[in-house]
Ligand binder design. Structure first.
Ligand code: F6P
Length: 328
């Protein structure tokens, strides 16, 4: 079989480890892998990863040393053309012309939603891998890159705490995670933040100020508030609103943003990437399609793509309660 692989949407630490696993598994089973550059755009542009001059087929050694590297050697993009009927028809024609039998897209909710819709236009097999720092996919315990992003966030917040404590200040720290608060809440618990503002538990500015006043009464002299991207229009705007509403601390705002997507993957992300890449290839060889390879309840698990993308997964209430309990 000839299997295409691509990375789409926001890059995440561990995508390279996933590519390595896909390539090594497929080659050992006697199949061929080609990589498309820049996500779905690479199919539309017929833009391949070249392992050597003029050769788009991956070799075992093409992926040597990749499991430790951040980013993705295939590059990534969001591809508006692929979201159109004409774009999907064009991509299907190109894949047929190139005699590609199967596709492994590595990405998050948008990428896998696109993969599921693409099944209407192309009859090759499709098994995706969950690559996103957001951890917002269902049917997997974690997504590739999430734990590394949390580690990066905690390292940064630990440093900010030193300054917050020295200056009796409050820091509003903005973290990525477009539609969900996983990164924010996990980082907040791990770094000992006093407050986490996440989309799953919206709170008014007045309530936040009341809470800050109660923390001050309890003797808190520095505060770290972890804020999910987009919450109250971002930390700069939230800082202004809190100031106007009488927040009882001197404040500074920091946006960690894309910093969370970079860096070498932590061991858990490398292992998850390797497991899911391997499972995706094995599933394709068994004839599976329209599936996502995940690790669910600690077991490599193949699930229908519709289950994985059914909703933006929400943080469990227990974790919100836990932070509230220990942050007083
Ligand atoms: O989906 C991953 C993610 O990093 C989100 O957390 C964030 O909202 C978004 O991508 C940012 O996208 P871009 O890199 O296109 O600005």
């Amino acid at each position: 079989m000839k299997i295409g692989v691509l990375c789409s949407g926001g890059d995440s630490p561990g995508m390279n480890a996933c590519i390595r696993s896909i390539v090594r598994t497929a080659l050992q089973r006697g199949h061929e892998i080609v990589g498309f550059m820049d996500g779905y755009q690479g199919i539309l542009d017929e833009d391949f990863y070249f392992a050597a001059a003029g050769m788009s087929r991956f070799l075992m050694r093409t992926v040597s040393g990749l499991s430790k590297k951040g980013g993705t050697i295939l590059n990534s993009s969001r591809c508006p053309e692929f979201a159109t009927v004409a774009g999907m028809q064009k991509a299907a024609d190109i894949l047929r012309k190139l005699e590609i039998d199967a596709l492994i897209p590595i990405g998050g909710n948008g990428t896998l939603t696109g993969a599921h819709e693409f099944r209407q236009y192309w009859d090759g097999r499709i098994v995706g891998c969950p690559g996103t720092i957001d951890n917002d996919l269902c049917a997997t315990d974690f997504t590739i890159g999430f734990k590394t992003a949390v580690q990066t966030a905690v390292d940064a917040i630990d440093k900010l705490r030193d300054t917050a404590a020295s200056h009796h200040r409050m820091f509003l720290v903005e973290l990525m995670g477009r539609h969900c608060g996983f990164i924010t809440l996990h980082a907040a618990i791990a770094a000992g933040c006093e407050v986490a503002c996440i989309p799953e538990a919206p709170v008014s500015v007045e309530k936040i100020v009341e809470h800050l006043a109660s923390l001050k009464k309890l003797g808190k002299s520095s505060i770290i508030m972890a804020v999910a991207e987009g919450y109250h229009e971002g930390v700069i705007s939230l800082q202004e609103k809190l100031k106007a509403a009488g927040a009882p601390f001197s404040m500074r705002a920091v946006v960690l943003g894309h910093l969370l997507r970079g860096g070498d993957p932590c061991p858990d992300d490398r292992i998850l990437a390797t497991q899911t890449g391997n499972l995706a290839v094995e599933a394709i060889l068994r004839g599976e399609t329209d599936k996502m390879a995940g690790v669910l309840h600690n077991q490599p698990t193949l699930s229908p793509l519709v289950d994985a993308i059914a909703e933006h997964r929400k943080v469990p209430q227990e974790l919100i309660d836990l932070l509230n309990c220990v942050s007083k």
